[in-house]
Write a protein that binds this ligand. Structure first.
Ligand code: ZN
Length: 86
């Protein structure tokens, strides 16, 4: 197993009780190392016919993040909690 040290912000999210906590993808982005977060962001923006959400689900599962296809699809469609901040 990889022994990468990752920041775990879950306790801060719970304490801060943000009005709009990030969705599962947004949360995963805070947990991944920078290069992986960049890759995930790019994958989410890629053509859904080329990189489907099932592939992203598997990619996340390989990194310890159990995210449903529907949560990934919502994030890609900009209808999740973290996409509305802009
Ligand atoms: Zn999101």
């Amino acid at each position: 197993m990889a022994s990468k040290v990752k920041a775990d912000l879950s306790e801060f999210f719970r304490l801060a009780q943000p009005a709009r906590p990030p969705c599962r993808i947004g949360f995963a982005l805070t947990q991944l190392v920078e290069q992986e977060a960049i890759n995930l962001t790019a994958a989410c923006k890629a053509d859904k016919g080329i990189i489907n959400s099932g592939a992203i689900r598997k990619w996340l599962a390989d990194r310890g993040h159990d995210v449903s296809v529907s949560a990934i699809t919502n994030h890609r469609n900009g209808v999740c909690s973290c996409a509305r901040e802009a």
